[in-house]
Design a protein around this ligand. Sequence first.
Ligand code: GLY
Length: 386
Amino acid sequence: MKTYDLPQLTDAAAAAALDAACRQVRVNLPLYTHRCQNHSSVGGIYPACDNVQWTCGFWPGEVWLAYERTGDDAFRTAALTLVDSFAERIDKKIEVDHHDMGFLYSPSCVAAYKLTGSEKARAAAVKAADQLLSRFQEKGQFIQAWGAMGAPENYRYIIDCLLNLPLLYWAGETTGDAKYADIAHRHITTCLANSFRPDGSTYHTFFMNPDGTPSHGATCQGYRDDSFWARGQAWGVYGSILSYRYTKNPQYLDTFRKALDFYLTRLPEDLVPYWDMIFTTGDEEPRDSSSAAIVACGLLEAAKFLPEAEADACTTLARQMLASLAGHYAVTDQVPGAGLLAHGTYSKKSPYNTCTPEGVDECTSWGDYFYMEALTRLTKDWQLYW
Ligand code: GLY
């Protein structure tokens, strides 16, 4: 693994950065307890939104992390209010016709169940896992990401789905039903066969043919089809090690190493990638700080399973990435509605991609969440929400 001669975030600095994050979450509680936090900030401030987006689970995840850090019931009460909203969302099937059930229900309801024993949260998360199963396509063996099931323009899955699989592993454990892990296994087998290029880089989305054979990789949010969308690579790094955690399948560990090695070849000097890693040092393009936070979480998770020298290298690297984030990307102006981590990029339009431009060089709700998760991992033996 590539190594760097850069400062590491110490335990004391991690604790201080986490405490600062908790203070900002407290400032924001009145804004986002009865409504949700939008996917990305506008001019550094998050609009409130209804619980209708794929990103709405990250804010409750931050509130649960703040509760774990402080033990303050104000966070617990607010997060449980948000659980009510998530239970209603899945009961009434409000904007759940897509694959992002893990992003939505792991940091909100699985977290609530693990931390408080809430049966309402558990039931909502199991229903969300069932909803995710309903997206599985037998022909091609994949979980369809978006759109009407079977529609040719959407007969594809995306690399991001690796973070939705832990909801299935959890649902299998809590219900004792093997069907959840079975679908997770079938999906990741398809994903590993197609989405990772020989050099360890990844396609954002991958189309399958109606007969179930692989068709082609394509981007939505990356610069172009054959480039290296930073967050997709980060989902590949963290997602593969999460599946390894639950299955101990050595292929997933190999994938983690390959995806990480590629990611490290494309980093600028401060270890925070440009939004697409086709861009490198000196390019006038925005960064995606959220990718660095996601990869730091993956490194700290992997360190639990790797041989000692490799585990130490992963921990060192995570501390270096977090030192860069805490030192140069963390938001310091704690005003209502502000995020935690600046310089994230949700979707930047390029001449070749198909995304709607939003949240360019802004805070992103998942960037904030994974920044807090990574800091939490440095302060205690954290029990995952994933
Ligand atoms: N899952 C969509 C994104 O990472 O922007």
